[in-house]
Design a protein around this ligand. Structure first.
Ligand code: FAD
Length: 271
């Protein structure tokens, strides 16, 4: 039997391509059932599900075998919705590595999106199959330097994993999270990050709302606005950007204009 692994988004998912060894330009690749079964798919069961906003939810999983990942990495899930062709979707892990084989994903439901809607339909105990952990969007900033984390939407996931890992370990480097959302009812993880800033003074957290209904939830503006006005010690700062492509391009341009070199900027694109 021949199955098709398709990428339905405008651009193929880079993570999936690398994992499957597909050419970057491929929109579709026919894979045999044998090829799919040869993939080193792992299994995990849903432990819990929690809504964070009207369209963003968290799923916690527990793997059956030892699961060692680095904060900032992602997994690629087989979307087992019985539709053809078989498809895979990639998600950053939003929790810190632990000894309990647990991990959490933070997913936005995309209108008519096959992967995100299927994940949203999962119930406790359901078993998923996935590839990974994979990815190099991990914390690399040497001691003494500042890490600037910039995300919009669920692009915050790898940064949650990284700060939840680094700070309790005793990392005292300056870390600054700039998190962009649209409006008050889209806010999630604010409390978690604010609590972290109370316990770890080396962490700074700014929530920006691009279209707020009032001024109570976060500062009005885009992540680009805060960055334009932010003094950056270009010799001693590294930036990590995660989210959709357009935002990553805009932020990268600003940081380069401010004097950061490309080697000081790490990116993770979701589309
Ligand atoms: C390395 C990597 C890590 C990722 N991590 C996450 C994650 O932690 N959480 C998450 O929700 N998604 C994440 N994604 C995106 C995810 O893989 C899917 O693309 C997304 O869930 C949409 O899949 P779909 O099948 O539901 O919709 P599709 O029909 O495949 O996509 C529809 C549209 O959704 C847009 N889109 C994709 N992701 C998002 C998003 N997060 N927010 C808004 N628009 C989006 C795409 O541009 C596309 O145009 C990640 C992608 C990559 C490559």
């Amino acid at each position: 039997m021949v199955l098709m692994v398709a990428r339905r988004s405008p651009k193929p998912k880079v993570g999936v391509q690398i994992l499957l060894g597909l050419p970057k330009s491929a929109d579709q690749q026919i894979l045999s059932a044998k090829q799919i079964s040869a993939m080193n798919l792992q299994k995990a069961k849903v432990v819990s599900k929690k809504s964070l906003t009207g369209s963003v939810f968290e799923l916690q999983f527990k793997t059956f075998k030892d699961f060692n990942f680095k904060a900032g990495q992602f997994i690629t899930i087989k979307i087992n919705d019985n539709s053809s062709p078989v498809c895979f979707r990639t998600y950053s892990i939003a929790s810190a590595p632990n000894n309990e084989n647990l991990f959490t994903l933070c997913v936005k439901v995309i209108e008519n999106g096959r992967g995100s809607n299927w994940l949203y339909s999962l119930k406790e105990e359901y078993e998923i199959e996935f590839l990974g952990p994979t990815g190099n969007f991990t914390f690399k900033t040497p001691p003494g330097k500042t890490a600037l984390f910039i995300a919009t939407g669920t692009g915050i996931a790898p940064f949650k994993s990284i700060v939840e890992d680094e700070l309790p370990k005793g990392n005292t480097q300056n870390m600054h999270i700039i998190f962009g959302l649209r409006q008050e009812n889209h806010i999630f993880y604010k409390e978690e990050f604010e609590n972290f800033t109370k316990n770890y003074p080396n962490l700074k957290f700014n929530l920006m709302l691009s279209r707020p209904e009032n001024e109570s939830g976060g500062k009005r503006g885009r992540v680009t606005d805060i960055l334009n006005n932010l003094p950056i010690d270009t010799q001693n700062t590294e930036a990590y950007i995660c989210g959709l492509k357009e935002m990553i391009t805009d932020i990268t341009d600003i940081l380069i204009k401010k004097g950061l070199k490309k080697e000081q900027i790490y990116t993770e694109k979701y589309n």
